[in-house]
Write a new protein. Structure first.
Length: 82
């Protein structure tokens, strides 16, 4: 059943009351921490510059979502050539 405008507004007010940490905790699935070797870090920085993206997390998220749209064959070919 669809929510009424009053219900949607009430939920929005409840979300707005949450602190930034509480909002992140609701959305965050998991945190990945990784060590990068110099060449990998340089490749990340070049990719960020080329894409005009300032945040590492933003680029990594976009790459993950982009690779998820590839066919199995395209993904396999991309990984084999890396």
């Amino acid at each position: 059943m669809a929510k009424t405008p009053a219900q949607r507004k009430k939920e929005q007010r409840e979300r707005d009351k949450l602190s930034a940490e509480e909002r992140e905790a609701r959305l965050l699935s998991r945190r990945i921490v990784t060590d990068l070797y110099h060449n990998t870090d340089a490749a990340l920085k070049r990719s960020m510059t080329r894409a005009k993206i300032d945040e590492e997390q933003d680029l990594i998220s976009r790459l993950i979502h982009g690779s998820d749209r590839l066919t199995d064959e395209q993904l396999e070919a991309l990984i084999k050539h890396s």
